[in-house]
Design a protein around this ligand. Structure first.
Ligand SMILES: [Ca+2]
Ligand SMILES: [Ca+2]
Ligand SMILES: [Ca+2]
Ligand SMILES: [Ca+2]
Length: 518
């Protein structure tokens, strides 16, 4: 199988699905002339850094005394490329910088300063520049079963897989000859409070680097499936996939099912095609799908939408680490491309796309797991989605999912509690009845009910059917004769009530025939 997979890069709306290098330019990695440091040398540094790590605990706030800002200069600066917002605006939009500063909201509770266990995160992408000064060995995973000796010590079939694997060249050096993977990695785990560059979301994340996309940003399904299985077998808790493309094949679907069996959270990016017809990883069950917010707090137009979309996170003009010598925006063929225009301070780079939104969610998941390492993926999922800030139509909706991810709220949320209200669609049956499908559920379910009103923003709501006394998941919530409703545009609203009095809505718009109702 050899289908192409596109790294979901910085393309805006009009980009072709498979970005090709502009004509006359090499498709390989000619822009990356500098030989990477030997992996063994990186390994020695990792081992040294592990020795002075207190093994279990890193403190988000402990490294920066309360009330003082983190000292990464690009987390504090504005306008480095002429924009009128912070260079690392995403950290602010995520409600994270105030946490790093130690300005802790009371609802955080008494668990502060956070003491975080290391959490291993597999990044399956174009590789990582593991020599970047703002991604030191402390931020990389070290295979505990493998030594640098030319032998396969841990018996997994790969020799000296010390920090991950390069599935493109079958070597132990997952060097990033594109740039996409390093940008993703930096958002999650760039070194924080080290006086240089940017701050990452999760100082406790240790990245397992799995290169499954080549220097042009393409890969194939079997390599990606191998990378997923590698990560699961090594016991990662989170797999990050900022990849797009066609419908994943059987090998990838099996590998993802394996990840879910083994309680691994899989975070993926929605596509960048401004489409409701999702067909990449986002279309699979059980993955957390992230779209983009802009600095204006609104959903970015290029973001795919649909019932699969779970969350929005910052994805426009995201500043992160630049793989050495890379300038990968050259590859997407944009007319507006100017050489190195996206480079900031030589070693940093900015780009736009859902690829760079999803890492915020992965980083936040690593923070949550670092605080509570035994948490199951479903509880993590609840904390991330249920605490999101609602955007657009009330409740979860197909353009915004549960809304904008919020670190402060997620950290304060109850992992057990959830209210799931989702109207996913309406189906006309053979007998001319209409089925409303979706989920109405809660951990402590009180009741749920449907209502309808005329127009896009009804001023009056009327009951539709009887209240539901039991939760329902991905099923038909109600079946009725649509000719009993007024014709034209009708909005249906689902309300799910929790026993604690909380509630959540979901809406669905129906265009009904102007029939001879009655
Ligand atoms: Ca091995
Ligand atoms: Ca070895
Ligand atoms: Ca830094
Ligand atoms: Ca909403």
């Amino acid at each position: 199988m050899n289908r192409s997979v596109l790294a979901v890069t910085a393309m805006a709306i009009a980009m072709p699905l498979l970005a090709q290098p502009p004509a006359g330019q090499p498709g390989g990695s000619a822009e990356l002339q500098v030989a990477p440091k030997q992996i063994d040398q990186v390994l020695v540094e990792i081992d040294n850094s592990r020795q002075d790590e207190t093994v279990t605990a890193i403190s988000v706030i402990g490294a920066s005394p309360r009330g003082r800002a983190v000292n990464d200069p690009l987390s504090q600066s504005y306008g480095s490329w002429g924009q009128d917002y912070q260079d690392q605006w995403g950290l602010y939009a995520l409600n994270l910088v105030s946490m790093h500063r130690g300005m802790v909201a009371p609802e955080y509770g008494s668990g502060y300063p956070l003491r975080l266990e290391p959490v291993v995160v597999a990044v399956i992408d174009t590789g990582v520049d593991y020599t970047h000064p703002d991604l030191p060995p402390s931020q990389l995973w070290r295979n505990p079963g493998e030594r640098s000796n030319g032998r396969d010590d841990d018996g997994n079939g790969l020799i000296d897989d010390l920090i991950g694997w390069n599935f493109i060249n079958d070597t132990n050096a997952p060097w990033d000859d594109h740039g996409h993977g390093t940008l993703v990695a930096g958002i999650i785990a760039a070194d924080t409070n080290n006086s240089i560059g940017i701050a990452g979301v999760a100082p406790n994340a240790q990245l397992m680097v799995l290169k499954a996309l080549d220097g042009s940003g393409h890969g194939n399904g079997s390599d990606i499936a191998r990378a997923i299985r590698y990560a699961v077998d090594k016991g990662v808790r989170i797999i990050h996939l900022s990849l797009g493309g066609q419908v994943p094949g059987a090998a990838e679907q099996d590998a993802l099912a394996y990840a879910q069996q083994r309680e691994v959270l899989v975070v993926t990016a929605a596509g960048n095609q401004a489409s409701g017809d999702a067909n990449g990883y986002e279309s699979l069950d059980g993955v957390l799908v992230v779209g983009s917010l802009g600095p204006d707090g609104q959903r970015a137009e290029f973001s795919n939408w649909g019932a699969d979309l779970d969350l929005l996170a910052p994805g426009v003009e995201i500043l992160s680490l630049r793989a050495r010598g890379s300038d990968f925006l050259r590859r997407n063929g944009s007319k507006d491309y100017q050489p190195e225009a996206a480079v900031v301070d030589r070693e940093y780079y900015r780009a736009t796309g859902n690829s760079f939104a999803a890492p915020y969610v992965t980083g936040l998941a690593a923070l949550l797991l670092g605080r509570d390492p035994w948490m199951e993926p479903r509880n993590l999922n609840h904390m991330l989605t249920q605490s999101a800030r609602d955007l657009g139509p009330e409740g979860s909706d197909s353009n915004h999912g549960y809304g904008a991810v919020d670190a402060m709220q997620a950290l304060a949320s109850d992992p057990q509690r959830y209210i799931n209200a989702q109207l996913t669609g309406a189906v006309l049956n053979d007998d001319r009845t209409l089925s409303l499908n979706g989920s109405a559920d809660a951990d402590l379910f009180a009741q749920a009910y449907l209502q309808f009103g005329q127009g896009e923003q009804p001023s009056q709501w009327h009951p539709l059917g009887k209240p539901m006394s039991q939760g329902m998941v991905e099923s038909t919530l109600y079946r009725f004769d649509p000719s009993t409703l007024p014709g034209g545009l009708v909005t249906v609203r689902l309300t799910v009530e929790h026993l604690d009095g909380g509630l959540r809505h979901s809406r669905l718009q129906l265009q009904l025939p102007q029939s001879a109702a009655k």
